[in-house]
Structure formats: C-alpha cells, structure tokens
Write a protein that binds this ligand. Structure first.
Ligand code: SER
Length: 886
C-alpha cells in the first residue's frame, strides 16, 4: 500500500526529475496576501511570481503545501466529520510553471504521473475543461487518448480559477476519478454531481490573466501553470477507499483518539473521532505557524476549531483533556515532512491543554443550558439569539459550536438574534469605555475596531508582511485619501509593526502601496487597533489598498536586544540584591534601556559590576529564547516575574531565557529568567552582543533606576571611554594603566597646596595684609571687641581667623567680614568665658541684616552668615557693637 507519506515523496520527486525546484510549504498565515485569512492553496506563496512582480532563480517549482480552509473565503469547518472529504486542514500537492511550460506540457505531466507513477487505471479517469478551451480538449485527446464523452465542458466558475477577488487567474481543467457504480453520484456537470462516485483529484490551472481591483483583467506577462491535488483524496483512491478518513494517516489519528478515549474508533463515536483527527491537524499546524487562540481574527478561528473538537471529545465521555495527548501521534505521522511541527511540539501540547482545561470549566454547564433551552423545542426549531449569545459570552461557546451541537438534533440558531445581542453588548462596552477618560480622539479608533475588527499582530514572526489598509486618519478624522506631504495615522488589518507597550517603543519603517510610500515614525495602539503614525512621502494613498509593510530591521534588532537584556538585568538584580527587587518601569528603545526597580539604596560599585558581569555571562551562554502561552496563574506557579499591579488577560506570553542547572525556574528548574511579557525578543541570548551598565540613580523614593546599553551602542560607549582615558593619559604623559595612581597623587598634591594657600591667606590677614586697617580691639561695655573687614579671603577662611583673633584677645568678641567679589561673608566669635553674656549668633545676625542678608547661625562661641555686599560694613560693625552693649 502506498502510504500518504509515500505519495507525497513520489509526487515531489517526480516533478523534481522533471526540472522542478522542490520548495518547502509556506506558513499557514500568508505573508504576501493580506486578503487571505489562511493559506488555502499551493499557489499563494507564488502569487508575485505569476504576476511578474518577483522573480527567482527557478521557473518551475513543486510543493506539498499546508492548507487551512476554515474562516475567510474558503470555509469547510461545518462539514468536517460528517462527509468523506471535508477537512479544515489538508495538504495540496502542486507543480508550478512561471512563464516556463504551459498547457501542452502540464497535461501530459499530470497524466503520466497518475497513470504511470501512481498506476491509476486510465479507464477510471475523466476530465473537465472550461467550455471555450478547445486547446485543452485537443491536448487531452492527443496525449491521453480520452474520448469526447470523458472530456466534459463546463461553463461555470468551477472551471475558471482565481486566487481571490484580485490576482492571477485562468481557465482550468480538472481530473476526476470514478469510484464505480456501487457508489451513488454522477459525472461533473450532471444533476447527480454532488454524489461521492466521481471525485475531483487534481486541478490544473492555466494562469494567464490578472484580475485587477477596478474589475478589469489584464494578460499576465507570461502564461503559467498552477496545479493542486488534494493528497488525502489521491491517498484514498490509491488505498482502495473513497473515504479520506479511512486513509493511513487519518486512520492512525482516529485510532490515537480512540485509544486515548478508550472508545471504539468505528462505534457510535465515529463522527467525533473524525472531527478530532481533522481538528488536531489544523490546530497543531496553526499553532506551529504562530497563531494563538484569541477572541479575534485568526486566533478566534483557531479557538473555534479547538473548542469544537473539545465538545466532540466531551461527547465521547472523556473527562480529562484529550487533544494534547494526540500530538505525539500527529508528529509521528507528519513531523518528518513538516519539521516545524516537531519544533513546536511542546508549544502545541501546552496550548491545547490550556485551552481544554479552561473550556472544560464552562463546557458542561453550557451544554446543560443548551439542553434546557431546546428541551421544549421541536425538530427544525431555532434556538433564540439571546440564548446562543449567552452561551457565547458566558460559557465560551463559539456560534458554530452551538450550531454544530444543534445540528445533531436537526435544529438551528436564530443568527440575526445572535448578531443583535452581540451588537448590543458592543454598544455597552463602548459607552463604558467612552466614560473611562481616555483621550477623546481615540474614539475614532473604537469606530475602526467596530467596523473592521482589531489588528492582527504578525511581528513576533516576521518584520515584513502585506496588510490591507482599513482606515486613514488625517487631522483627527477619517479620510478617503492622503497625498504626499500629509501627516497620517493608518490602520491595517494586520501588521508586523510592534505598537508601543510594556516599555518597548513602537516600530518605525515604511508602508508601500502600488502608488504611495508612507514613512512610519511610530506605532501605537488604541482599542486594539495598531496605529501607524507617519507621513506620506510619495503618491496618494487610499483605504482598501493592499500595502507592503516593512519594519526598520536594524532599529528593531537593537530594540529586541535591549528588551531581552532588560529581562537578564532584572534577574541579575534579584540575584545580587534580593527578591524584593521588582520592576517598577522600563524603557526598551533602540539606543538604550532603562530599568526602574524597588530597592532602597544606591548600588555599590561591586554590586554594579557583579550584575553587569552576570548579564554578560548569560549573553555568552547563547541559549535559545523561548516563548510560551499560559494562564497568568500557571505562569506565576512556574516562578515567572509579573509586573506589580498590572492587569493580565486570560492568557499571557511567558518569555524564558538563560539555562540553569536545577537551581532556576520552570518545571525542571532549568530556566534563568522567566517573565510575563508581550514584547519582541532576540532568538538567542548571544544576539544581545554585549551589555554595559552605565550606572544607577534614584528614580523616586525607594526606586532605583539603571541605564544600560547593548550591542553596538555598548561597544561604541566602551570605545569612547577608552579614547577619553587615552587622552587623559597622553596629557599626563603616562600610560592608561597608571592614570588612576597619577590622578590620586595629583589630588593629594592639590589638597596640600590648598591647605598651604589657606594658611598663607590667614597669616596675611593676621598681619593686616588683607585688611584696610590693622586689627585693633576696642572696649565695648567691658568686652574687648575686634571687628575687621578683610579682602582676599573667603568665607571658608573666616572661622579659623576668628579662632586666632579670639586666642589673641584672650577674652572678648570678634566680628570678621570678608568682602568676596561683590558679596559678603560674616563670621563672629565670643570667647568661652563670655558666652553666657553674649552670643556670637546674635552678633552675626545683627551684622548680616546690615549687609543685606538674612539669618545667620552657629553656636554661641562661633557663628556665620552671609550678605549681599560688604558696602555697609560700618553699619554691620555698629549693629554688632550695639548687641555687645546689650
Ligand atoms: N490553485 C488551484 C486550486 O487551489 C490549483 O492549485 O485548486
């Protein structure tokens, strides 16, 4: 038997032998087509090659492409499990020609692979062609020898394939397999075509036009080929069945589901196993490609698929989470062909388990409510919109889960009522928000979110992607157009630009449409809409345009390094100072990082150097930085650092970095830093490059602030320091290494010189050198009083002089006024025997007033003060004399 894995490799190697490049599958989230929710065909990654916008060094390619058809234009979710061929996830095998071969080669290549490579009985094959495509008819006749009755002409869109509302398109020919008359159904185009007897297995599209936004079509620069074959269908026929779920790969997943639930794979739970097997594939591959369950956009489609599978597991009677146990079976089947699956195995397992555990809490009660609501209703009745909305809002039942549950009972949901209840809730939320005091101009973004949904952030995985412009704001209002020179704010359905949050600054870069270039200078968020602030530099930009978004890579790289270094710094500080260290704020910009944390006193030089060294040790360890999603409680249980006072949602991203041997955090205690964080990070700690701690300062009471640099900024700073040191060394005519000793010696020398100068000044003053008159004591009411105005001395010299004058008097009072470049310094002294009669403080205070100053103070034996000028020195001496007189 040819297994599905054999079929894939037979297909790829056949086209490889025929000159095709084997190209890996592109991710399920399209990078180059903002109109698509998920990649749903093999040609998606080649769109720009068909239109000629892009060229590569090959003109023939072959792929096995992961596809999801759930949500968006292609949606098979509702039928999965109930039919033989619907899947939310499937693989499309394809061969492509970009202006190389066309119909006359594509048809023989396909026919030969089917009949010779796979050995399919020719007599069971028939084809359809677009009704005007006589050329294809002739090739089929000539190469395959098909008779007219086995070439069916179809006039509908079934045989004219297009990628979407716009993009490459062309007529197609489809190859069908006849499973035999024991199965009901008729050939394509017949009234019985929906039966299972005739199954389309391969679609060959003759790409020759491009559908444009204005509704017109133009010829592609080169005629091209795009083919798509559902591997599950071919596997079914090669394995002698017409049921995709009976093929080896799907069967092994169904058996894994049966084993894990201890039920019969073919018993009454058959449909449940099929749904579980299918949904396991789509959810696992979506998670591996970076989609996380959420309440909006792609994340909500994922959540819907997950919860739908979980309800079916519940119906099997399984009490504990089941889906995550099936991941090893899937990786065993598909991990070799899609290595990303194995790489993300733990992320997939944890995400499934988390979602299952949470949904379990409401699933049972929700199903009970549903039972109660419909118990009185007849078959064919509709559940009220209010009840369906309550299931959605309170119990986490996506609408299609409720519909799926009711389908088994032959009932439906009043979807208009559901929509009305949803609209009412949004209106309430908006009213509550309007009163929350946020900036009034943010209202406009609430409108955008209401109308177009919130922005899907792609920037964890990519720095460039296409997006569709949903709104342009100019001068605070929605605009139909913006032109060169205009300052604008732009929202798109998805973006790789990080919007400022959690201390990380917003991204900058460019947005290009086919006619315009916008330079983005900042990105911020309001109402979960990412707002790109910028200026139109060229052309005109209008809404609904597809745009190529490119983040400034160098800047983002530096921001990433600074953000990851902040996590390492946080942990190193806790290690050096203690567990009381908690983040109080941070800034992760392109040129530096800043980290505020709770700690009462300044860090010692030794602590600073220990922290810096530790951060650099983990940088050099160069281990992978990992991100996982979990509930805030689970994250805290693992020891993750959360921000004090921060409100977290139901799920958080947890970033871990650095390896420890059993003394760290996480389940196996092997993680150095574990933090709740929504920011973007380096892949390996080594990408930070280097870390330089500039120093710490007080930020506010009990909060210290550290500033630091990483990567090239750190190196540039070190270089600058080195240059400065070299400059000093040169000026001092010594080596850099000797500079500290030399500076110390100079400082000592300076200190003793200063002392010497002060001494000389005092001596000079004592002999009258600085004064207008020689010091002379007068008797004031029996107290010897010596008053003097001095030049050439400073306030600092006065106390020592007062002491000396006091000593020379033996008993008495002294007032010295230094006339210092326009200002006046005053010092007064009273010998100890007289301090109970008169205080130096009073003498100085009285003098200070006369000199245009205020206050003055000290001890009764020695006081100091200052004045605006020494001009009225005479008045000051008189005032002091008056005090002495009592
Ligand atoms: N693009 C075509 C399809 O999806 C053929 O690959 O059917």
């Amino acid at each position: 038997m040819k297994t599905l894995n054999d079929i894939r490799s037979t297909f790829l190697s056949y086209f490889e032998r025929n000159g095709h490049e084997v190209v890996p599958s592109s991710p399920l989230v399209p990078r180059n087509d903002p109109t698509l929710m998920f990649t749903a065909a093999g040609m998606v990654q080649f769109k720009n090659l068909f239109t000629g916008v892009e060229t590569r060094d090959y003109s023939r390619a072959t792929t096995a492409q992961k596809c999801v058809r759930a949500g968006g234009k292609h949606n098979d979710l509702d039928n999965v499990g109930y039919t033989a061929r619907h899947h939310t996830f499937f693989e499309m095998l394809g061969n492509f020609s970009f202006g190389d071969y066309f119909k006359e080669d594509a048809i023989p290549l396909a026919w030969d692979l089917l009949t010779k490579g796979f050995g399919i009985d020719e007599s069971r094959l028939l084809v359809t062609v677009y009704h005007t495509d006589e050329e294809a008819v002739q090739i089929w006749k000539k190469h395959a020898g098909l008779s007219d009755d086995r070439i069916i002409r179809i006039a509908t869109d079934d045989n004219f394939w297009s990628a979407g509302p716009t993009g490459p398109c062309g007529p197609c020919t489809e190859i069908f397999y006849d499973h035999g008359d024991h199965i009901w159904g008729g050939p394509p185009g017949s009234p019985e075509e929906d039966g299972d007897r005739f199954v389309e297995i391969w679609n060959l599209v003759f790409m020759q036009y491009e559908q444009l936004e204005d509704g017109t079509r133009r010829d592609l620069p080169n005629q091209s080929i795009d083919t798509g074959m559902g591997i599950e269908r071919v596997a079914a026929l090669l394995q002698g069945t017409n049921d995709n779920y009976a093929t080896d790969l799907m069967r092994s997943l169904i058996e894994a589901s049966a084993d894990a639930s201890n039920t019969d794979p073919d018993g009454p739970g058959k449909t449940h196993h099929r749904v579980i097997a299918d949904h396991l594939r789509s959810t696992s591959f979506l998670i591996a490609d970076g989609v996380m369950p959420s309440n909006d956009g792609r994340g909500y489609v994922l959540r819907r698929i997950m919860r739908r599978a979980m309800r079916h597991a519940h119906l099997l009677g399984v009490q504990d989470p089941l889906m995550h146990k099936l991941v090893p079976a899937l990786v065993g089947q598909m991990g070799a062909a899609y290595p990303e699956l194995g790489q993300a195995q733990s992320l997939i397992t944890e995400t499934l388990q988390l979602e299952e555990t949470r949904f379990k809490q409401t699933l049972e009660r929700g199903l009970k409510l549903l039972e109660d609501e419909v118990s009185g209703l007849d078959k064919g009745a509709h559940l009220s919109g209010q009840a369906a909305f309550k299931l959605y809002d309170t119990f986490g039942f996506p609408l299609d889960l409720t519909q799926d549950a009711l389908r088994e009972k032959g009932m439906g949901v009043d979807t208009d009522g559901f929509d009305a209840a949803m609209a009412e809730q949004k209106a309430k939320a908006r009213a509550a928000w309007a009163g929350s005091g946020e900036a009034a101009d943010a209202t406009v973004w609430f409108d955008v979110a209401d109308k177009h949904g919130t922005t899907d952030f792609l920037g964890y995985d990519t720095e460039s992607a296409e997006g569709q412009i949903v709104a342009i704001i100019k001068d605070g209002a929605v605009a139909d157009m913006a032109k060169a020179g205009d300052t604008v704010q732009i929202a798109l359905n998805q973006t790789p630009f990080y919007a400022e949050s959690g201390g990380q600054v917003g991204d900058t870069g460019t947005i290009r449409t086919d006619g315009a270039l916008i330079r983005v200078t900042d990105t911020r968020k309001a109402a979960d809409v990412f707002i790109h602030f910028g200026t139109v530099e060229e052309g005109e930009v209008t809404p609904s345009k597809a745009a190529v978004l490119t983040v400034d890579h160098a800047r983002r790289t530096s921001i990433r390094a600074n953000h990851s270094a902040t996590h390492l710094l946080h942990e190193a500080l806790r290690g050096a100072l203690g567990d009381h260290v908690a983040q109080r704020g941070s800034l992760n910009a392109a040129d530096r990082l800043r980290f505020d944390f709770s700690h009462a006193k300044a860090l010692s030089a030794q602590e600073l150097s220990q922290v810096e060294q530790e951060v650099n040790d983990y940088i050099r360890q160069n281990t992978a930085v990992e991100t996982r999603i979990m509930t805030p409680d689970d994250a805290r249980a693992l020891g993750a650092q959360a921000l004090f006072g921060e409100k977290y949602g139901d799920e958080v991203r947890v970033v871990s970095m650095g390896r420890e041997d059993g003394s760290g955090k996480g389940t196996d205690k092997s993680t150095y830093s574990l933090e709740l964080c929504g920011g973007t990070h380096v892949r390996q700690t080594g990408d930070i490059g280097a870390f330089v701690l500039l120093g710490d300062s007080a930020s506010s009471a009990g909060v210290r602030r550290i500033e630091a640099l990483t990567g090239s900024e750190a190196l540039a700073w070190l270089r600058e320091q080195q240059m400065a040191l070299a400059g000093i060394a040169e000026a001092m005519k010594t080596s850099s290494a000797d500079v500290p000793e030399r500076v110390k010696a100079l400082m000592e020398e300076r200190k003793s010189l200063n002392n010497e100068v002060a001494q000389l000044r005092r001596e000079l003053a004592m002999v009258g050198g600085g004064g207008a008159t020689a010091p002379e004591a007068v008797d004031v009411g029996g107290i010897k009083f010596m008053a003097q105005v001095l030049q050439g001395v400073t306030g600092k010299d006065l106390p020592a002089l007062v002491d000396e004058f006091k000593a020379s008097l033996g008993s008495g009072a002294v007032l010295l006024i230094a006339d210092t470049s326009g200002k006046a310094a005053v010092a007064g002294g009273v010998t100890a025997d007289l301090t109970d009669k008169v205080s130096a403080v009073d003498i100085v205070k009285a003098a200070v007033v006369e000199l245009g100053g205020k206050g003055g103070g000290g001890r009764p034996d020695m006081a100091q003060g200052g004045g605006a000028s020494a001009e009225n020195a005479e008045g000051a001496i008189a005032a002091a004399t008056a005090i002495l007189k009592g």
